[in-house]
Design a protein around this ligand. Structure first.
Ligand code: DGP
Length: 115
């Protein structure tokens, strides 16, 4: 599914430029426009899905592939020893773009619990 007014659908489709670091038939990853760490990559399914809450059992393989892509990207960017992978699910959790995305963050110290 492709949403006309979804910025991440447009990035996946190549209609809006992004600094892509990974692409396959199902997943796209690119540098975040507003980085919160020296390495800040967004990983998205190409097909529109609002958030993780919208996923069903039929998405299990895709969600697994996203995690494997994250590990591969971390390795390619030489941050595999220390990175954080997070999704903000819902507006109150900090989600501002309603297309499922995972933040891959690395290159600085991270606090726990997160803010
Ligand atoms: P979130 O707040 O979890 O929904 O994260 C959305 C992220 O998307 C935020 O860190 C900024 C980033 N972002 C928004 N618009 C664009 C864009 O057009 N290009 C890129 N590369 N990143 C974007």
């Amino acid at each position: 599914m492709y949403l006309m007014d979804c910025i991440f659908c447009k990035i996946a489709a190549g209609e809006i430029n992004a600094r892509k670091v990974y692409e396959d038939g199902e997943i796209t990853a690119f540098w975040d426009l507003n980085p919160q760490a020296p390495t800040h990559i967004l990983i998205i399914p190409n097909k529109h899905m609002e958030s993780l809450s919208a996923a069903g059992k039929e998405h299990a393989e895709l969600l697994g592939k996203i995690q494997l892509a994250a590990a591969e990207i971390a390795k390619n960017l030489k941050v595999e020893d220390a990175f954080r992978l997070v999704t903000n699910n819902g507006r109150k959790a900090g989600q501002s773009v309603n297309h499922l995305h995972y933040h891959l963050l690395a290159g600085r110290r991270f606090n726990w619990p997160p803010g």
